[in-house]
Design a protein around this ligand. Structure first.
Ligand code: PAF
Length: 283
């Protein structure tokens, strides 16, 4: 695996691969990799000849009170994991390489509507930071396909919307969430939890599955199902940000006639904010 830190190096490597006729897949990450990330690389590998991963902790997507400074940076370990997974190139630029003028908002890419709700409501500016950096990375890498985890389902739908609206010639793929044995979704932020919190945190997935199973059994009072889940999660020790049954396509609140649903939850356990979701396809 070749490690590149500068955009000109990356462009040269991509140009060479393209000249050789290679199809290119891209997996953007913020590092501190776990098996979930590695499964994105595996998915990418099935879709392309050359797999490029990036590790960049993007300051533009963190709010002023969030964990940008303390976000775990584990480059050496991440590099070894990516290499063992057969990644061809790792792009790991500095903040100055990505934002050479020091201002992360000098030009921004913003998807409206779908970003106002759920995580967008509690993390103002977060998705603008994500879409701006992903646009920049897409322009730098120019992949044929880009793979994102379904664990961040709203992010995935926002990026799909951006790619459609801005005509990026890139196929966006969502890869399934990997889970611990307890059901807890794998996440870089699980490292903030102690062992007993990790067990407790699986309660979010249990609540999502219980809600999905009620819907599959015919329950259609979505407001009531959401209220019940919020009560159950609060009883289990969570501070709930949201628990919502949405339409998959635009993440608007689901209506009775909708068939493709996503149930999304965000909740705090101590100082750690966790998100998870499940999809329910009724046809
Ligand atoms: O999901 C992430 O790790 C980040 O939001 C992403 C897509 C790499 C953009 O910084």
């Amino acid at each position: 695996m070749e490690v590149l830190t500068r955009t000109d190096q990356l462009r040269a490597a991509v140009a060479k691969a393209r000249q050789a006729g290679a199809r290119i897949a891209f997996v953007p990450t913020m590092g501190n990799l776990h098996d979930g990330h590695l499964s994105l690389i595996t998915t990418a590998r099935t879709r392309a000849d050359v797999v490029i991963a990036s590790i960049f902790v993007n300051p533009a997507q963190f709010g002023p009170d969030e964990d940008y400074e303390t976000y775990p940076r584990t480059l050496e370990r991440d590099q070894a994991l990516l290499a063992s997974q057969g990644t061809d190139f790792l792009f790991t630029p500095t903040v100055a390489e990505v934002y050479p003028h020091g201002d992360t908002t000098r030009t921004s890419v913003e998807v409206t509507g779908i970003t106002d709700r759920l995580c967008g409501a509690s993390r103002p500016g977060h998705f603008r930071g994500v879409t701006t950096v992903v646009s920049k990375l897409f322009n730098m890498v120019q992949p044929d396909v880009a793979v994102f985890g379904q664990k961040d389902f709203q992010q995935l739908q926002v990026i799909r919307r951006m790619v459609e609206d801005l005509d990026f010639p890139i196929q966006v793929m969502g890869a399934p969430t990997l889970r611990e044995q307890s059901g807890l979704a794998m996440s870089s932020r699980n490292g903030y939890l102690n062992e007993s919190q990790k067990q407790q945190a699986a309660g979010i997935y249990r609540a999502l599955c219980a809600c999905a199973s009620d819907i599959e059994s015919g329950a259609r009072d979505f407001a009531d199902l959401e209220t019940q889940a919020v009560i159950d999660l609060a009883d289990a020790g969570f501070r709930i940000d949201y628990f919502q049954i949405c339409r998959q396509s635009d993440l608007e609140p689901a209506m009775e006639a909708d068939r493709e649903l996503a149930i999304l939850a965000a909740a705090w356990l101590g100082d750690t904010r966790l998100i998870d979701n499940v999809q329910v396809n009724l046809d």
